[in-house]
Design a protein around this ligand. Structure first.
Ligand SMILES: Nc1nc2c(c(=O)[nH]1)N[C@H]1C(S)=C(S)[C@@H](COP(=O)(O)OP(=O)(O)OC[C@H]3O[C@@H](n4cnc5c(N)ncnc54)[C@H](O)[C@@H]3O)O[C@H]1N2
Ligand code: MOO
Length: 412
């Protein structure tokens, strides 16, 4: 790996410069999917609500629909009595209105009859001699959801590029969105290195290891709404590697390599990324630890992005989470610009590193709310097991003490 670049670019600088230089977002492929199949994907366009929700004012309780002023002041000691106007039937529009002094029986979810603006719960009422006895007063709107109160007509359901998941699918279903146009950039994953062998290899030869990075990357990207196609492993032979690289690049929008990003005898990524037409190589060396040997290049005319990630599995994932995902979000024009959530939590033990680079450490969340740094080297593959995300140590820091708050980048 000797001879790797000394000059490095800061992560945020890299993201901003590359996005601007490549004129993100790109008009990348889209796929229309039935709602259920769109779960876990990102919508290609902003989605707005086509109908108010709920579509009609409805009761939240079994009870009596009333005008709140008619119930005002009712208590068990001084009950009020209203005339029963009728029964609201589930799934049917009432064919009567509530006038002063009237109440209507209503089920949970029933349409609030015109004139009524609140519901008194059944257990706070009685039927007495043809009257409805109220033992409690209600405020306007109590036990009722007004038409459009939850989601107004025209409200934003999903910003462009948002992840479709359990948090956002309900309003889409309610709005009758049965299919969604999802962003579907064609992303290919190619691992590199003669020592990297397919996972099916029953007994890797001495010096060989099964491919981990491609599977890590595939799972990470999927978790954040991007489908990536595993294209296998490219060997270290220069000519063969080049053929494979060009072949794979021609079939996708984004080619993600791992390994061979450093500059050594067998590291062809730099040479090939540099050979791409305008703008060619955009990043050579990232000021992130682990993750320095990262290369990014693009071919603007053919709208191709190539990201060559470090071979060490933990480095590869740190760069994928902190640099690759933000770039992909910008590429598809997502409003969200980073994946995950930033919080500040105290650390459970001291952390020490060198100043200069922006540092990321896998960490676990302890039950007492502290973050525990994983004791891991960049070549480890176990560090993300049970991790909640990464601790970020800024460039200028070299320690964070136990008990001191640090910035944590949670997956969620
Ligand atoms: N003398 C120096 N050596 C190294 C430097 C350096 O500056 N000077 N940089 C180190 C850093 S930092 C990293 S990170 C690695 C990155 O090197 P490459 O991106 O060129 O990656 P490789 O050399 O191909 O592999 C590194 C390491 O990772 C393993 N690997 C690669 N691909 C996979 C995969 N798909 N699944 C599992 N493991 C993989 C590979 O076997 C190597 O052990 O270089 C340092 N060295
Ligand atoms: O940057 Mo390497 O990616 O430190 O292990």
């Amino acid at each position: 790996m000797a001879g790797f670049v000394k000059e490095v670019t800061g992560r945020i600088d890299a993201i901003e410069k590359i996005s601007r230089r490549l004129l993100f977002p790109w008009d990348c492929p889209k796929k229309e999917l039935p709602l259920g199949e769109a779960v876990g994907r990102r919508c290609a366009e902003e989605m707005t609500n086509g109908a108010p929700y709920p579509p009609f004012s409805r009761s939240l309780r079994d009870g009596y629909a009333v005008r709140h002023e008619d119930a005002s002041g009712a208590s068990s000691g001084t009950p009020l009595f209203l005339t029963k106007r009728g029964d609201v039937l589930m799934g049917r529009a009432p064919d009567f209105k509530i006038s002063a002094g009237e109440a209507a029986a209503i089920p949970t979810g029933g349409i609030l009859p015109e004139g009524a603006d609140a519901v008194v719960m059944l257990e706070e009422t009685d039927v007495a001699g043809g009257w409805i006895e109220l033992r409690r007063g209600v405020q306007a709107g109590e036990n009722v959801v007004r038409r459009g109160e939850d989601i107004e007509l025209g409200a934003k359901l999903l910003p462009r590029g948002a992840l479709i998941d359990f948090r956002s699918i309900g309003p889409l279903a309610a709005a009758g969105v049965s299919s969604i146009v999802t962003a579907a950039p064609k992303i290919s994953l190619l691992s590199t290195g003669d020592e990297v062998v397919p996972i099916e290899t029953s007994e890797p030869a001495p010096g060989c290891v099964r491919d981990v990075n491609a599977w890590n990357l595939k799972a990470l990207l999927l978790r954040f709404g991007f489908e990536a196609d595993y294209r296998g492993i490219a060997c270290d032979d220069g000519a063969e590697f080049e053929r494979r690289f060009r072949d794979e690049l021609s079939g996708c929008d984004v080619l993600i390599l791992s390994g061979g990003s450093s500059v050594g005898m067998r590291d062809h990524a730099f040479r090939l990324l540099s050979s791409l037409p305008e703008p060619g190589l955009l990043l050579r060396g990232l000021n992130v630890a682990p993750g320095k040997p990262t290369l990014i290049a693009a071919d603007m005319a053919s709208k191709k992005l190539v990201v060559s990630l470090p071979g060490h599995p933990l480095s590869c994932m740190a760069v994928a989470f902190t640099l690759l995902l933000p770039l992909l979000l910008r590429l598809i024009g997502a409003e969200e610009k980073e994946c995950g959530t930033r919080v500040r939590l105290p650390l459970s033990s001291d952390l020490a590193a060198r100043t200069g680079a922006e540092k990321f450490f896998a960490c676990r969340l302890l039950a007492d709310g502290r973050a525990e740094p994983a004791a891991a080297k960049s070549g480890y593959i176990s560090a993300l097991g049970g991790a909640c995300g990464f601790i970020r140590m800024p460039e200028e820091r070299e320690t964070i003490r136990a008990g001191e708050e640090a910035e944590i980048w949670l997956w969620q």
